[in-house]
Design a protein around this ligand. Structure first.
Ligand SMILES: Cc1ncc(COP(=O)(O)O)c(C=O)c1O
Length: 335
């Protein structure tokens, strides 16, 4: 847990996030549901852990040296995490991002002194201008540059194995029975899952998939189906993410956008937790699962990121209505 001691720099404030009992949204369960407040990291998301870990791994390996450059294809939380670490450690940072991304996302990264290279959205994944290919070529052509490569960087799941997992174990005093997470890269669920299973092999590791993502179906049948679009951001995929260890996962639950967004808004209004849509998705799954469990259940999930990035989406009534998502108060009969 965090304490009142001072930090030598902001990077020391990454991790050791509080875990909060969710008793209002989980009032019909016999056991306990906890949310781990990853939005309280300095960059506002769970990705701060891997931003710091990937930079420190590159420093240890000697591939990132004083004056070096960090490159990544990202528009989201990993960019913020890398940008803040780079700012503090004095590295240059270059991100590639498709031109469909909002101006705010570009400005956020630029606020930390990062450079953003905008690429066309409508190009094939192997085109030289595709944002992932572009990031690779910038990293190749820039002296002293490293590609963070969160989807295939071992430091990603390792960060969760070394920090998030032990924190969950200690904060529940070893009583955790179920851990739920989504898979963006797969780093969180694979790292935390491995650690918890090593402490107690009967802890159940549950993946949560947005409806439209292919991961649950692949786990259940071994077959790849075509993904369909969904609105929740940060997790789920139309391919198997590189950092996902499927063998560590005991099962998957699917949650649709409407359920995710209604729970997101309830977390703000009923629990005082201002988080993004993926947190609502995970908590919805955690509560539904806990309803079927007895009073010994200690269910832990992740509150992945801060709600500010989603003001014009899940927190906008008009956006909810125009996308066909009933508001939480309508569903709960509070209007
Ligand atoms: C916004 C957001 N960021 C990150 C993550 C974790 O993703 P990863 O699998 O890359 O660790 C999630 C899902 O749990 C998420 O919703």
């Amino acid at each position: 847990m965090r304490n009142n001691s001072s930090c030598n720099d902001i990077l020391e404030a990454v991790g050791r996030t509080p875990m909060v009992r969710l008793d209002k949204v989980a009032n019909q369960v016999a056991g306990i549901v906890y949310g781990k407040c990853e939005f309280m990291n300095p960059g506002g998301s769970v990705k701060d852990r891997i931003g710091l870990a990937m930079v420190e791994a590159a420093e240890r390996e000697g591939v990132l040296k004083t004056g070096g450059v960090i490159v990544e294809a990202t528009s989201g939380n990993t960019g913020v995490a890398l940008a803040l670490v780079a700012a503090r450690r004095g590295y240059r940072c270059i991100f590639t991002m498709p031109d469909k991304m909002s101006r705010e996302k570009v400005q956020l990264l630029e606020s930390f002194g990062a450079e953003v290279v905008i690429t066309p959205t409508d190009v094939r994944p192997d085109h030289p201008d595709h944002y992932t290919v572009k990031a690779e070529s910038i990293a190749d052509q820039t002296p002293g540059a490293v590609l963070a490569n969160q989807f295939y960087n071992e430091a990603n799941p390792k960060a969760h194995y070394e920090t998030t997992g032990p924190e969950v174990w200690e904060q529940t005093e070893g009583r955790v029975t179920h851990f739920l997470a989504g898979a963006g890269t797969g780093g969180t669920i694979s790292g935390v899952g491995k650690y918890l299973k090593e402490q107690n092999s009967s802890v159940k590791i549950i993946g949560v998939d947005p409806k439209g993502s292919v991961l649950k179906n692949f786990f259940d049948t071994g077959e790849m189906i075509e993904g369909r679009p969904y609105k929740v951001e940060g997790l789920g995929s139309d391919k198997i993410p590189g950092s996902l260890d499927m063998d560590i996962v005991d099962g998957w639950i699917t949650v649709n956008d409407a359920q995710a967004f209604q729970m997101t808004r309830r977390l703000a209004r009923d629990e005082g937790l201002f988080v993004g849509g993926s947190s609502g998705l995970l908590v919805h799954a955690a509560v539904e699962l806990a309803k079927e469990l007895d009073s010994n259940a200690v269910v832990v999930t992740i509150l992945c990121d801060w709600g500010e990035h989603y003001m014009t989406k899940v927190y906008d009534d008009e956006w909810m209505r125009s996308n066909g998502f009933p508001l939480e108060d309508e569903v709960l009969g509070r209007l």
